[in-house]
Design a protein around this ligand. Structure first.
Ligand SMILES: *Cc1c(COP(=O)(O)O)cnc(C)c1O
Length: 393
């Protein structure tokens, strides 16, 4: 059987060869509403002269790493949403942050990162970037135009993240961007909270806008992807080179899921905003809660800037429990929740909770600060869950 040729087959090729050489057959055009998933590493050409290895070619495909129809479609749709010149898709949000830092920094560069930044961003700076001879300086997220005093001749990049991770400070991004532009320094924003829609990064002067698509665009806690949107050709050339050299491969299957997520982003964000405000306002009235750090509520540092610059709020916020709450009591509260599941990340359909008793960055509040992500459950049930857990703690 193994080496027998099939005498009746129309093709003179061995069946083992035919298993490999058959091209997918198209019966005319296939118009589906769902995005096609094109998997592929190798892209084949009709003749050698077409095999041009140039990542900047918009019309042609060269190699799966530099884009398949599915991965490029996701990038195009995020770019449209962000109002970007171009968007690069990355394997995750952290990969997107690392890509931008590596694209903009060389040995001897100085980078400014807000104290409220996503933890692994800061760790990347203080570990790998420092090891490359890049100096990372942390700054007060509420610094606004005061950033000008920290800019040095060697400064190549200023990071912003608004609201900040866990502590939720809203930054005056336009003031920081104006100071940076006056000195010719690029500004990159982690715009994950805004999902590319609640804060218009480019209208506020940012050069590069990053998202963890893992959060709102994916929206269902089942994929990891990131995006780097650039405002102009200069940023495109800078980030594009690094994107190619680092080999930021993304899965077309994940990209197709993210495209599906984009279709429901509008209704999810609108619903999550309402539910989250209902839960946050209820918590604000509770005697066990000293502060609710939600951008749309006045306890949040930079609330006035949020009112000026954002078009809405999202599903993640933090609470500071009352004076005297110990780490043990906070843990009893977190462990007592049933609908709010204990887990990192946010932006999906499930309500989540996390505490950070060991985070030195939170200072004296670290034993009493709890971050919540509201999902698509009924707010009344979530409030009952919180009421019971607070009472029992
Ligand atoms: C989750 C998150 C990231 C990292 O995204 P991953 O896709 O998990 O790598 C980056 N920035 C912020 C603000 C995040 O919340």
């Amino acid at each position: 059987m193994d080496d027998r040729r099939d005498e009746h087959a129309p093709s003179p090729l061995h069946w083992r060869t035919r298993l490999i050489a058959s091209a997918p057959e198209m019966r005319g055009e296939f118009h589906s509403l769902a995005p096609a998933v094109h998997r592929g590493s190798t892209v084949v050409f009709n003749r050698l002269s077409e095999a041009v290895d140039d990542w900047q070619q918009a019309e042609r495909y060269t190699y799966g790493l530099y884009g398949t129809p599915t991965t490029l479609e996701l990038g195009k749709r995020i770019a449209e949403l962000d109002g970007a010149y171009h968007c690069f898709v990355t394997p995750g949000g952290q990969a997107a942050l690392a890509l931008v830092s590596l694209a903009y920094c060389r040995g001897g560069s100085h980078v400014l990162i807000p104290e409220s930044a996503y933890g692994p961003t800061t760790e990347l700076g203080e570990d790998l970037l420092a090891g490359l001879g890049i100096e990372v300086e942390r700054y007060d997220p509420m610094i606004a135009e005061g950033i000008a005093a920290l800019i040095r001749p060697a400064t190549t990049l200023i990071w912003c993240e608004s609201p900040g991770s866990i502590t939720m400070e809203i930054q005056d991004v336009p003031a920081i961007a104006a100071a940076a532009r006056a000195r010719g320094v690029a500004v990159a924003l982690d715009n994950t909270y805004a999902a590319g829609v609640l804060f218009d990064a480019f209208a506020h002067g940012v050069d590069v806008s990053v998202q963890a698509l893992t959060k709102y665009v994916g929206g269902h806690s089942d994929l990891l992807l990131g995006s780097v949107s650039v405002a102009h050709e200069t940023a495109y050339a800078c980030v594009g080179r690094a994107h190619r050299l680092i080999g930021m491969a993304v899965s077309p299957d994940d990209c197709a899921l993210a495209i599906r997520g984009l279709q429901t982003l509008g209704v999810r964000l609108a619903h999550l905003e309402r539910s989250t405000l209902t839960v946050a306002r209820w918590l604000r009235e509770r005697p066990e809660v000293a502060a609710v750090l939600h951008p749309a509520l006045p306890d949040c540092p930079g609330h006035a800037i949020w009112s000026r610059d954002f078009t809405g709020s999202a599903s993640v916020f933090s609470i500071v429990l009352a004076d005297g709450w110990t780490a043990d009591r906070t843990a009893r509260f977190v462990d007592g929740l049933r609908l709010f599941r204990i887990g990192f990340s946010w932006g999906g359909v499930t309500s989540l909770v996390m505490a950070y008793p060991d985070s030195s960055r939170l200072g004296a509040r670290r034993e009493r600060l709890v971050r919540l992500n509201v999902g698509l459950e009924e707010p009344a049930d979530l409030i009952e869950d919180l009421r019971r857990a607070l009472d029992q703690a």
